[in-house]
Design a protein around this ligand. Structure first.
Ligand SMILES: [Zn+2]
Length: 384
């Protein structure tokens, strides 16, 4: 199939009058439409005026469309994945907030099966080894001391599908867990942390490679105690997650981090909860009551921001309009950069990558989504 549009975003350039050729599963070729003539009998689909990017990669997402990944029901996971898929996210890592170890164990065992089937790109444990002082919307009752035994049990149940573990590195024993996660082939991430600059550097030296929603749930920057944010920006091997939902971060912070970190080091993720795509109302996260008003999710008690209600496509649109960054850099942060960490076959319009793509209208709203070479139902449409 040959898919053509006014603009096609590849990892290296923004192509005017571009085309993407797929073979039903993978991308075969990408370039200018005038260089890619249709083969005899080949299906050609034109999207005049539209932009084509790779399918979006959400490396940190708790759910959406009314269901979450934290339950024990595969149907809930399927529903959340379809919700995000209809909005352009073709790869999603299922994030689990802090919970008792037995609950995490049952969730990761179920998610491992779904990851093996290709539905999700694996599991992210956001906790339970996190700071009480920076717990945000994590249930404080579920936070426990860092413990390699619990971590080992969860990694084993994940059967190689655990992609990331967010840890507060200042906790006693936390660096042992960082090394354990790294040695298991997953990404240690720093987050929900009161770590100092030096403690964060020690975590990076031990193998931490991601900052979980940079700025949110961590010690802020101070000129005499630069904290985790500056430590991360100083180290080129670290990727910084950003929640670009217009609430968690000022647009100027998003702009500044994208410039300071440079291409390939920022991942736009959703941190979406079940309330994403739903009406304002009462929801739940990790056993805590959450109230959504005007699309902003906060704990009913204390008012801490409690995840987001966006999808990655909303983050892309927000960055392009409010934190103005270039189209290629913004798309990289929502595709190739997170894909390099959690799903190397996805995230780029390049030969031999999975044929996941999003067609966007002129207002940068997703209008059509392809997953592994097949058109997916749009938002509100039923899966065949
Ligand atoms: Zn989260």
């Amino acid at each position: 199939m040959l898919v053509r549009a006014a603009t096609v975003v590849t990892p290296h350039e923004v192509v005017d009058q571009g085309a993407v050729r797929t073979d039903g599963r993978l991308v075969v070729d990408v370039g200018h439409a005038w260089d890619l003539a249709p083969h005899p009998g080949e299906e050609v689909v034109d999207f005049p005026g539209c932009t084509i990017t790779p399918g979006l990669v959400d490396m940190h997402c708790h759910g959406g469309g009314s269901t979450s990944f934290s339950g024990h029901d595969a149907a809930d996971v399927v529903a959340a994945v379809r919700f995000h898929r209809g909005r352009g996210t073709t790869t999603v890592v299922a994030s689990l907030v802090s919970a008792p170890a037995d609950e995490l164990a049952s969730s990761v065992a179920m998610l491992a099966e779904l990851a093996e089937e290709g539905l999700v790109a694996g599991t992210h444990f956001e906790g339970p080894f996190l700071s009480h002082a920076r717990c945000g919307a994590q249930n404080p009752a579920a936070l426990v001391p860092a413990d390699t035994e619990t971590m080992g049990r969860l990694l084993k149940l994940g059967r190689g599908t655990v992609r990331m573990v967010t840890i507060a590195p200042e906790l006693p024993g936390a660096l042992d867990v960082v090394r354990q996660v790294r040695d298991a082939g997953a990404l240690p991430a720093v987050g929900h942390t009161d770590a100092t600059f030096e403690q964060t550097i020690a975590a990076i030296d031990a193998g931490a490679r991601v900052m979980t929603h940079l700025f949110n749930g961590m010690r802020p920057v101070h000129h005499r105690e630069p904290g985790p944010v500056v430590a991360a920006l100083e180290r080129p091997e670290v990727c910084c997650e950003l929640i670009a939902d217009d609430n968690h971060l000022h647009p100027a912070i998003v702009h500044h981090v994208m410039r300071a970190a440079g291409p390939g080091r920022v991942a736009l993720m959703s941190d979406a909860i079940a309330a994403a795509g739903m009406d304002d109302g009462d929801y739940e996260l990790g056993g805590l009551a959450v109230v959504v008003r005007g699309g902003v999710a906060r704990l009913a008690e204390g008012g801490s921001l409690a995840g987001s209600t966006i999808t990655v496509s909303d983050a892309v649109r927000s960055v392009l309009t409010r934190s103005p960054a270039g189209l290629r850099e913004t798309v990289l942060a929502a595709t190739a950069t997170p894909a390099a960490l959690v799903a190397p076959r996805a995230g780029a319009l390049a030969p031999d990558r999975r044929a996941d793509l999003v067609v966007w209208d002129t207002g940068m709203h997703p209008v059509k989504v392809m997953v592994a070479g097949r058109w997916a139902p749009g938002a509100g449409e039923d899966e065949p």
